[in-house]
Design a protein around this ligand. Structure first.
Ligand code: APR
Length: 252
């Protein structure tokens, strides 16, 4: 079992404004692929320039739409894992807990987290690429069986334009409100808990540093070392699905 440093527990138990900052690693134990893990990572199997840029969508909308529908199908089939549940559990245990996630899945919400800021959008938030009208996905699991399978995007009901995934692509700016809120939460946090991110993609990866500079105690949960190690007061080397429940249990 995971043993938690006593001083870390005191800091976490006394957190008045906890900000949890999550990346793909928090969903790994739900069976959702991360991006940069060797072999299983999405970017070692697919080319982000072909799938995760506006140019890629304009060049081949069906390839891009199909790929995100394939990822959305995987999320719909997945369940929140103990890390998601423990993070939601912290909110019931501490006065103020918010989640700032880079993930585009809704597993934090499905585990009961109420205040979730999506920095990179959401697979559930598709919108028209022309008039930005929100698109409501039909119920059920999309019939895309593998990444790379083409599926023409739906036409917007309002203007007929091609609907696009509601995620932030490389080269696109983050949703302004989400980013402003995330920076404010990082600066106000007295404890900043990074879970399952490689800390490589900016501006999101600047949040732990902003929190540390503003005086927060930064804690990182990741089986591997990351560039965030330097600004973390504690680096808990383990899978979030084991470490997070242990932290919550140790709080009593
Ligand atoms: N528990 C905790 N962390 C884990 C686990 C686990 N079970 N399994 C893997 N990890 C860690 C890996 O060690 C790695 O540091 O999760 C991290 C995943 O890193 P990335 O795949 O780079 O994912 P992320 O940091 O979320 O990527 C940021 O990059 O491609 C863009 O927009 C995309 O939001 C994404 C952003």
């Amino acid at each position: 079992a995971f043993t938690t440093p006593a001083e870390l527990l005191d800091v976490l138990a006394g957190a008045r404004r906890l900000c949890v900052f999550s990346g793909a690693g928090v969903s790994a134990e739900s069976g959702i692929a991360t991006f940069r893990q060797p072999d299983t990572g999405l970017w070692s199997r697919f080319d982000p320039l072909m799938l995760a840029t506006l140019e890629a969508f304009q060049r081949d909308p069906a390839l891009v739409w199909g790929w995100y529908e394939w990822r959305r199908a995987a999320v719909l089939r997945a369940q929140p894992n103990p890390a998601h549940h423990a993070i939601a559990g912290l909110a019931a245990r501490l006065p103020q807990v918010c989640v700032v996630t880079q993930n585009v899945d809704d597993l934090h919400e499905r585990a009961g987290a109420r205040d979730v800021v999506h920095l990179h959008g959401s697979l559930e938030a598709a919108r028209c690429s022309r008039c930005a009208a929100p698109y409501a996905h039909p119920a059920g699991i999309p019939a895309v069986t593998q990444g790379g399978e083409r599926m023409p995007p739906p036409a917007c009901a309002a203007c007929g334009g091609p609907v696009r995934p509601g995620v932030v692509w490389f080269g696109e700016s983050l949703p302004m409100q989400a980013w402003a809120r995330a920076e404010a939460l990082a600066r106000e946090a007295d404890v900043f808990l990074c879970v399952g991110t490689s800390g490589l993609v900016y501006p999101a990866a600047s949040l732990p540093q902003q929190a540390a500079r503003a005086g927060a105690a930064v804690i990182q949960v990741n089986p591997d070392a990351t560039p965030l190690d330097g600004c973390a007061r504690w680096n808990l080397r383990g899978p979030a699905g084991a470490v997070m429940p242990a932290l919550l249990a140790a709080l009593g």
